[in-house]
Design a protein around this ligand. Sequence first.
Ligand SMILES: *Cc1c(COP(=O)(O)O)cnc(C)c1O
Length: 376
Amino acid sequence: MKEIRMVDLSGQYQKIKTEVDNAIQDVINSTAFINGPAVKEFQADLEKYLGVKHVIPCANGTDALQVSMMALGLKPGDEVITTSFTFIATAEVVALLGLVPIVVDVDPGTLNIDPEAIRRAITPKTKAIVPVHLFGQSADMEEILDIAREHNLFVIEDVCQAIGADYTFKDGSRKKVGTIGDVAGMSFFPSKNLGCFGDGGAIFTNDDKLAEQLRVVVNHGMTVRYYHDYVGVNSRLDSIQAAILKVKLKYLDDYISARQAAADYYDKAFKDHPKLKTPVRAANSTHVFHQYTLVTNDLDRDEMQKFLMAKKVPAMIYYPVAMHMQKAYQDPRYKEGDFPVTEHLTKHVISLPMHTELDEEQLEYITSSVLEFANR
Ligand SMILES: *Cc1c(COP(=O)(O)O)cnc(C)c1O
């Protein structure tokens, strides 16, 4: 059996090696390393794939979120509501800009931000909501859009883990996640569902004026060359990364299918197990399985991780600490016990290997190892 990895980038690369190598070599031959044609081409391909008017490439997913907040004109003291169960970047940029991160609990089924909790957290200072489409599945966007309209708030989607997922509205219409709110931040970190060979990111929006402002902010706040009307940042997607992403975008739907097939295998193996709760599939979203995360019940999660590691089955804890319990984000507003669903999850979740290259032999070994621990 091939070695089991949490993410197998090498196996994925081998299958498209010639195509990717040629794309990289083309950029090197052209020496258009910054803002070369590959960047524009990838941007156009991604706009088409997503059905969105504007893709603005940038350096990473964290920048994508930060630049979004800057371009929307959020000001120090403005409150931004986000989830207590996510990767730190979401709240980090809020804090860096002097905005106030207001965290709320998640839905125990989908693990995504709970719209009712958003409603309760709104104050006159609230300016934006940042739903994170966690682990590859859309947050409850229709509810969130209703709340945003009612209170005149911006919706900034953190789509880093969910590119390609489809959200279905009550009227039956469908949109790709990341094209639903005012703006969205995406990461092309290598292990993401669409990953490059280094750092990369992009911002999505359907708003022409906002797109213009986003392009100004990522480029040093520059409107006319060497005239800086805003304080901006320097955040670019390298041409080499764009060339790689242009190749990989063609395979994104195949990658998603491979992840879903692995998830189906896991689901079937753990179905109705009293100690292992499989991921809940939301009725209004497809799941692109950035992670396959079990919620354990009545078993020692940390022992389970050690047991699996000893059997050479990697397993990770995403995420072990709730946002409000992070040392850097201590806030007198919050204390232990405030977000019971998130706090329960941090102690009970475990994510299994999830990538595009898992074969049946590996899946069989992983599931039987998990069951061996759960049934003992
Ligand atoms: C990966 C990720 C980010 C940050 O992306 P980088 O490209 O590493 O800056 C932000 N939010 C979420 C939910 C992520 O998974």
